[in-house]
Design a protein around this ligand. Structure first.
Ligand SMILES: Cc1ncc(COP(=O)(O)O)c(C=O)c1O
Length: 343
């Protein structure tokens, strides 16, 4: 039975063209700064995001953590959304490796508002931690791939600039936000001091993220990357996949978004399932199976037995993510499986 794997957009495998580009890469020792392909990917990504410099890292998690360490000192506080990846899924790394304390906010749809952030900024007081950083996520994974409204982002940015608090953007799927809205990547990044983007999600690369920001920030980040053990040698073989993906796999994300919408509409037509169609804005589809009497683990097993792999996203919530390895026929079949499991 052919499996339709919609657990995540991280499950994609490099295609022949990407593998060929990787094989042909010109490489050097990147810890010494002399891998031309890594340098090219860093420069291209920084340019796309409108920042002076970039740094290639093995994962999105390391890119976020290196960014945090480059912004804060031990004992500082970081304001972020309670459902953000950095808060939920990075093993409290900022506390372990950077001595940072989190102050988590319940942002609407994953997006903390300027007044919410303002209410949490610490006064100058020797008893209290210093508010040193705000982290935002766009698109927001746990909210269902939702796009940060630009007006709201502008307000958050104006507040943080006034208060001299830097903003780091977890843009693992910023590509999706940009393709969905037509707003250039730099249109989002300009409201943030640093940003990271992932190549290993919707863009289909096996590995890699790039962190961008001002030159002095990236110099500090290079040092943190070494501390984390993330300095790689002939990493150009991996960066070549990123350069290939920038040319071929960004604009096609619109196909993933259209398929996610179709899948969401199929789910909405199944009476026992609940879904918020307004939250399906990019390639992530989250739905609830509580009214079927099954929990998400039971539902996952039933779908898997029919060849459809989804991810559990809470006691009765399930997530499907569309990506470049599942085409129209796969989405058709996924719909059939869902109809038969949840009818
Ligand atoms: C929003 C977001 N940020 C960061 C990451 C971390 O990326 P990685 O798995 O490469 O560490 C993910 C991974 O799924 C993510 O969804």
């Amino acid at each position: 039975m052919k499996i339709i794997d919609l657990r995540s957009d991280t499950v994609t495998k490099p295609d022949r063209g990407m593998l060929d580009a990787m094989m042909r890469a010109e490489v050097g020792d990147d810890v010494w700064g002399d891998d031309p392909t890594v340098n090219a990917l860093q420069a291209a990504t920084a340019k796309l995001l409108g920042k002076p410099a970039g740094l290639f890292l093995p994962s999105g998690t390391m890119a976020n953590q290196v960014a945090i360490q480059s912004h804060v000192a031990p004992g500082d506080e970081v304001i972020l959304d309670r459902e953000s990846h950095i808060f939920r899924y990075e093993v409290a790394a900022a506390a372990v490796v950077s001595g940072a304390q989190f102050n988590a906010i319940d942002g609407a749809g994953g997006f903390p508002s300027a007044p919410q952030i303002e209410s949490q900024i610490r006064p100058a007081d020797i008893h209290q931690p210093r508010t040193a950083l705000v982290c935002l996520e766009n698109t927001h994974n746990r909210a269902g791939g939702t796009v940060f409204p630009l007006d709201e982002l502008r307000k958050v940015s104006a507040l943080c600039r006034k208060q001299r608090i830097p903003i780091h953007l977890d843009g693992a799927r910023l590509w999706n936000a940009s393709v969905a809205t037509g707003i250039p990547l730099a249109g989002y990044a300009r409201h943030c001091d640093s940003a990271m983007v992932c190549f290993s999600k919707g863009l289909g690369c096996p590995v890699g993220s790039v962190l961008v920001g001002p030159k002095d920030f990236i110099e500090r980040a290079r040092r943190s990357r070494k501390l984390f053990g993330g300095g790689m040698r002939q990493a150009g073989y991996l960066a070549a996949a990123g350069l290939y993906a920038l040319k071929r796999n960004v604009n096609r994300l619109a196909e993933d978004h259209a398929r996610a919408t179709r899948l969401a509409e199929t789910i909405a037509a199944i009476p026992a399932l609940d879904i918020d169609l307004a939250a399906v804005q990019t390639n992530i589809v989250i739905f609830d199976c509580a009214r079927t009497g099954m929990d998400s683990e039971q539902a996952l097993r039933k779908c898997a037995a029919r060849g459809l792999w989804l991810a559990s996203f809470g006691r009765t919530r399930l997530r499907a993510v569309t990506h470049l390895d599942v085409g129209d026929a796969g989405i058709e079949r996924a719909g059939k499986v869902l109809r038969s499991v949840f009818r």
